[in-house]
Ligand binder design. Sequence first.
Ligand SMILES: *Cc1c(COP(=O)(O)O)cnc(C)c1O
Length: 222
Amino acid sequence: MTETLTPLAAIRARIDLAARAAGRDPASVRLVAVSKTQPVEAIARVWDGGHRIYGENRVQEAAGRWSDRRTAGEPFELRLIGPLQTNKVREAVALFDAIDTLDREKLAAALAETIQKTGRSPEILVQVNTGEEPQKAGVLPADADAFLKLARERYDLPVSGLMCIPPEGEPAGPHFALLAKIAARNGLTQLSMGMSGDFESAIRFGATMVRVGSALFGERSY
Ligand SMILES: *Cc1c(COP(=O)(O)O)cnc(C)c1O
């Protein structure tokens, strides 16, 4: 008899395999389950499978979905992986354990002010627009070093790594490599890269977090 793995177990097995193939410890790769737009039953299946790291791309939507679990007190990690407006910073800092999309000075200033006022300090990643796409958020690769210095020195933000979303329809490898290079020269250890279609490649290039949505929960309905 063949055993069917749950989608969660299957993704974990693929992460393990990709890490080992790259000579890495599988425990060095975190799975961020991207739950945006997913129905409660789909999230409940992954939650009941024991998974406790989730990513959302909108503050309001995330609040609706996760505030009750927060209040209930069971620990889990919630990461903001979508753009953050400065007027939502207070709410975001209250709800999220990590903001993965810092990309401009105005946001750095707002985060610094909120962290100081509230004493709550989320982990912070800087998003890099590796493909230099005009419609995409993120600092340009050429500006990344200066922006990181600004965020860490002027605003004293606890930046631990970088995040990118490579352009659709081109090989992601060079983008993952570029992100890893920028992180290394800035002494950053965390790399959030790789999604359903390319997380194994991202692991080869050093991803410490992969953001998997549809391969885990099923296709999103908008
Ligand atoms: C939606 C989303 C993902 C997950 O995408 P899938 O292809 O469904 O795995 C990952 N990262 C970001 C920033 C997203 O918005």
